[in-house]
Design a protein around this ligand. Structure first.
Ligand SMILES: [Zn+2]
Ligand SMILES: [Zn+2]
Length: 325
């Protein structure tokens, strides 16, 4: 696939509001698109490069939970995709009776045996070599691979229930004996927590803070100015939609609240955003890409929001935090 390129912003916000220039951050849009990534590739929902000696992370918190089968969920998606792409007589079900049974059954939570604790699902891995040289890879010294996994069931969180995430930073040169067959869960809590395998097309873009993080008089002036030009400040000029590395917070689900590292009290910064929807406002759609995918990963967090992972600004050893935004 050719490189995906975000068009220039419809307005240069710093030309009118130079006070925003120092607040600019470079974020890397990951642009996940359906594919067949291998462990050597940056991916979303693809296999992870994992040392065979390291235990795969698991979750033991859902022994009696009603669940879905990930195999059935994937089968259901294939059936729905095929059915949507073929003609059917008006006024009739677009599925055959047999397909209808499978599709409805796959989305019905029920008790499903899971031998032992639930293996976490690979969500994303990003190799430093796939990120632009002009952007510092957010990792401990020497690490060149970032990985995110999650438990595909809801866990209680400050901003609402979300999958529980785990992060790994790795030095790929140290992985001499990689795991060849990763464990897969037999159960998931929600269809929308199971990603479809996607390859990534990382692209740096410039972001500015959402209006919620600006002094109110400035936020009002910037938003009025953008509106007078027929665009929205946050969604067209400031914060990119979709999965990304770094950047600013896509505030909308909640208003900003104080955040600090639970270990040392230092400020935290956004590391990764996992967003189901890639397109957002039309101004962010990559140039020349057609058709524009809505939810290529099949993920959906909260009610059409995003899961944002924050890390401590003083130590990568301190625990990360995760919020719906
Ligand atoms: Zn769990
Ligand atoms: Zn800390």
């Amino acid at each position: 696939m050719p490189r995906l390129t975000t068009p220039p912003r419809p307005l240069d916000v710093t030309a009118t509001f130079p006070e925003l220039a120092p607040l600019a951050r470079t974020t890397i849009r990951l642009h996940p698109r359906p594919g067949s990534p291998a462990t050597a590739d940056s991916s979303l929902g693809g296999p992870l490069l994992w040392p065979a000696v390291e235990p795969w992370p698991t979750c033991s918190e859902h022994p009696a939970a009603l669940a879905l089968s990930p195999d059935e969920v994937r089968h259901r998606r294939r059936i729905l995709d095929a059915a949507r792409n073929r003609p059917h007589p008006e006024g009739t079900d677009f599925l055959t009776p047999d397909e209808r049974v499978i599709v409805d059954g796959a989305s019905q939570p029920r008790p499903i045996p899971q031998p032992g604790p639930i293996p976490l699902l690979p969500i994303t891995q990003l190799y430093a070599r796939d990120t632009p040289e002009t952007v510092a890879f957010p990792a401990p010294p020497g690490a060149d691979l970032l990985q995110l996994l999650w438990c595909p069931f809801d866990h209680k969180g400050r901003t609402g229930p979300t999958p529980r995430t785990e992060l790994r930073w790795r030095t790929t040169a140290h992985i001499t004996d990689p795991l060849t067959a990763a464990p897969h869960p037999a159960v998931i809590g929600k269809d929308r927590y199971l990603p479809e395998p996607c390859v990534l097309h990382p692209e740096p873009v410039t972001e500015y803070p959402a209006p919620h993080e600006l002094p109110e008089p400035l936020a009002d002036r910037v938003e009025d100015w953008a509106e007078s030009h027929g665009v929205g400040y946050q969604y067209d000029l400031a914060v990119a939609p979709g999965c990304k590395l770094g950047g600013h917070a896509p505030w909308s689900y909640t208003d900003p609240f104080p955040m600090a590292c639970p270990e040392c009290g230092a400020p935290v910064q956004p590391l990764l955003t996992i967003d189901g929807y890639e397109s957002g406002g039309i101004t962010w759609r990559p140039l020349g890409e057609s058709p524009v995918p809505g939810r290529p990963t099949h993920l959906n967090i909260g009610r059409d929001h995003a899961l944002q992972i924050y890390v401590c600004t003083t130590s990568y050893d301190h625990p990360h935090q995760q919020y719906i935004q």
